[in-house]
Design a protein around this ligand. Structure first.
Ligand code: FAD
Length: 589
């Protein structure tokens, strides 16, 4: 049984409290005030619930099909029709430039769409998600001709896009890749040869053409990561010929069964250089950064649908008697499971953390738009610093918590969660990959401590500290805010201590110390930042009337007292450092 209603009310509140008004004031977004934006979100929510959700479970059971003779891939029943409707709705075109057929909406809208579509059909939504990443990369790095040729059909969903990085010998370590790109004499084109693996939607039947963004090495390339270039490799060339980039097979995997994960063989395929030779990682990072935020949002999306499912189950299920006799139903043999504190604990863990992560992703999304469009250079810089700092945090924390949340929601449903009836087992399987792809979560943590924190003399961390300090200072005399300020103050002090005493003092001198603590440090950072953002939401909720706001305050209080204290156990483990893990000889594992 599938249960989902787009969380439109909470999305609106998140945008209202995370600074959407700043974006709506920019002249380029004058058509996207919050009411207009929310009417688009409502329409998108209806489309996702009415069209995408009904195909989700059946497509998971059917999976994708590979024909070894034609090397073609067929998507599950209903996907082609769904793609046509998705295209007709122009959902993917919303945040892209008008000159290439987009609607010029803020990027924030794209991230909201990403939540709704992932919640209702994660496999399907990966195809427009990757296409969006390719569009971003081409807008930033493509030549005028490449933009003219590829952006309109990608934005209109006539074509789809992929990201071809991984090879059998290299996943995390892209410096090991060996796919070759040789110049084609007399033409501004290259011939690419090599094998890519695990390429999402590398081959399918939704569109005639697929545009691959491929990492490869030029003949004179230096070794390692500094010798990688990026190429556009279309499946069908402009003259209508089939380019020799073929799907050699599909992976069998734990989840996202309706998303083809392809081996792609490049057999002298024609490609066109994007950006400068050997500077391909810059291009890929544009694509990957947007993709990393979207992957983080997958955690929010599947937490939300799992929460709604678990709640529907809980409201219906009676087992055992309430611990408090006064709460027992005298006319029944058993009480509804919502009387049990532990069922409430689990549901609220999921609800409060999901709403907190939505605040975090909305804040980062708004900062993306501010960072691109604000007229003041200093404001743009601060917004871009925040986005850079929080991209690995959103990717890693929201996926890790998302997986845990789906598991917690499954627990609420007991055996009915583990069997297929309520679909949570599918959400759990579909969720798991998000901790691995787009750079594993630990790689995000290394990015945070190794690149993002020290970048430009720690400027991003200083910007974040400035904001959190201002929140604490401006609310210190407001007693009603104490339950929402004091826990944040404590967590932020802990974060500062750990940053100074462990990261700067120990990890900067000994990289193994950094590697040992990075993942826990990222989670500590995320919990603190979410506390700060929810604290701001509490301030607004207090000034408004109605059930939504009183419930919001209770939810935030749950976060402050029942989730945020996780920072203390994380801090204790971080303080233990590398010693215990590195004490083991290899043969002792
Ligand atoms: C379903 C699916 C879809 C995918 N889609 C795509 C796609 O569309 N395009 C694409 O190019 N790729 C795709 N991938 C590949 C994906 O991005 C990689 O799996 C991922 O980057 C991890 O690489 P790996 O699997 O080779 O793991 P490895 O790199 O072998 O890592 C194994 C373990 O070692 C750890 N590790 C590695 N290096 C370090 C280090 N320096 N410090 C500490 N720990 C380390 C990792 O964190 C991990 O836990 C997909 C994979 C799957 C399964």
């Amino acid at each position: 049984m599938q249960t989902y209603k787009a969380p439109v009310r909470d999305i609106r509140f998140s945008l209202e409290t995370m600074g959407y008004d700043k974006i709506a004031n920019f002249s380029q977004f004058e058509d996207y005030d919050i009411d207009t934006l929310m009417s688009i979100v409502e329409e998108a929510g209806k489309f996702c619930t009415n069209e995408m959700l009904p195909t989700n479970s059946a497509a998971d059971q059917e999976g994708v099909h590979y024909n070894p003779e034609t090397m073609e891939v067929t998507t599950p029943k209903g996907f082609k029709e769904l793609w046509a409707k998705f295209r007709e709705g122009e959902f993917a075109a919303m945040p892209h430039p008008v000159e290439y057929g987009g609607h010029g909406a803020p990027m924030t809208l794209a991230f909201i769409m990403s939540e709704l579509s992932t919640a209702t059909n994660k496999s399907f939504s990966m195809c427009p998600g990757l296409t969006q990443g390719l569009v971003d990369a081409l807008i930033h790095w493509g030549s005028d001709e490449q933009k003219k040729t590829y952006l309109p059909p990608l934005i209109s969903c006539e074509y789809t896009g992929t990201m071809c990085l991984t090879e059998p010998q290299c996943g995390t370590d892209l410096g090991l890749l060996t796919t070759k790109a040789e110049p084609i004499e007399g033409r501004d084109a290259y011939s690419l040869t090599g094998t890519k693996i695990w390429i999402t939607f590398g081959e399918h039947d939704l569109t005639e053409n697929i545009v691959h963004l491929v990492l490869a090495r030029l003949p004179d390339a230096p070794e390692g990561i500094r010798g990688i270039s990026t190429f556009i490799v279309p499946k069908i060339l402009e003259n209508g010929e089939r380019n020799p980039i073929y799907c050699g097979g599909l992976e069998h995997k734990m989840g996202i069964h309706a998303s083809p994960t392809c081996v792609m063989n490049l057999e002298g395929a024609e490609g066109y250089l994007v950006g400068e030779p050997h500077k391909g990682m810059k291009v890929m990072f544009t694509m990957m950064n947007a993709a990393r935020l979207s992957v983080g949002i997958e955690g929010i999306a599947l937490s939300e649908i799992s929460y709604q499912t678990a709640l529907a189950f809980a409201k219906d299920r009676t087992q055992m008697r309430a611990l408090d006799p006064a709460k027992r139903d005298p006319n029944a043999k058993a009480d509804n499971i919502l009387v049990h504190p532990d069922v409430r604990r689990m549901l609220l863990n999921v609800k409060a953390s999901t709403e907190g992560m939505r605040a975090l992703s909305s804040w980062v999304a708004v900062n993306i738009d501010v960072g691109v469009n604000h007229p003041d250079e200093a404001v743009r810089q601060e917004a871009n610093d925040i986005v850079a700092l929080f991209t690995p945090i959103v990717k890693s924390y929201c996926t890790e918590r998302g997986f845990w949340n789906v598991s917690e929601a499954m627990q609420v449903c007991g055996g009915s969660g583990y069997t297929t009836d309520w679909c949570i087992e599918q959400y759990l399987r579909d969720m798991r990959i998000a901790l691995i792809y787009e750079g594993t979560n630990h790689i995000q943590a290394l990015d945070l401590i190794g690149r993002k924190l020290p970048a430009k003399g720690g400027r991003a961390m200083m910007a974040f500290n400035k904001q959190i300090t201002e929140f604490i200072r401006s609310n210190k005399d407001d007693e009603s805010m104490a339950p929402f300020v004091n826990p944040v103050k404590e967590a932020s002090k802990l974060l500062s201590d750990i940053t100074m005493k462990t990261l700067m003092a120990k990890a900067a001198k000994d990289p193994e110390e950094g590697g040992a603590v990075a993942s826990n440090y990222l989670n500590l950072f995320a919990l603190t930042a979410i506390g700060y953002l929810l604290g701001q939401q509490a301030k607004v909720a207090m000034q408004r009337e109605g059930k939504f706001y009183t419930t919001k305050l209770k939810t935030i209080r749950f976060y402050m007292e029942n989730i945020l204290p996780e920072v203390h156990s994380l801090a204790a483990i971080i303080k233990a450092g590398k010693a215990n893990m590195m004490a083991f000889e290899v043969d002792e594992f």
